[in-house]
Design a binder for this molecule. Structure first.
Ligand code: ZN
Length: 138
């Protein structure tokens, strides 16, 4: 069935991104975060727990839903303005990313959902606004 030599002309996609947690390989559309095994604090891209300094961290997978905590518009070095937002995820950690849509249309408190875990250009997560049904008609 499998012929390893036959795959030499087809490098395995995804292996070029560097060493990642094995769970990340099949979680392209999810944000992985760490949770402290001692106090339960959720964090993102930390080596030590910011609360108790614990180093025993478990990797967990976020559901991808969060709330905009801060949003700024960046014009620097880009032909079009883009927004950079801090998203507080439902699990309790904060991640920096981009929210799709008009930059001025994004406000603190808006609920967002993960669209792409890693932007192919910047490698940062991209979110989309969650349309709340009861606000759609206003
Ligand atoms: Zn801790």
């Amino acid at each position: 069935m499998y012929h390893p030599s036959a795959s030499t002309s087809h490098p395995v996609a995804g292996s070029a991104a560097g060493i990642l947690d094995p769970a990340a390989a099949d979680s392209k559309d999810a944000i992985l975060f760490q949770r402290c095994a001692w106090c339960g604090t959720a964090m993102y891209h930390r080596l030590l727990c910011p609360v108790c300094q614990g180093s025993e961290l478990r990797t967990e997978r976020s559901e991808g839903v969060g709330t905009v905590r801060h949003s700024t518009v960046v014009h620097r070095n880009t032909p079009a303005a883009r927004n950079v937002s801090l998203i507080e995820m439902a699990e309790g950690f904060v991640v920096r990313g981009r929210v799709m849509g008009p930059p001025i249309g994004i406000h603190s408190g808006d609920r967002v959902r993960l669209s792409t875990a890693k932007d192919p250009v910047r490698g940062e997560p991209v979110f989309q606004l969650l349309e709340e049904p009861y606000r759609a008609w206003t």
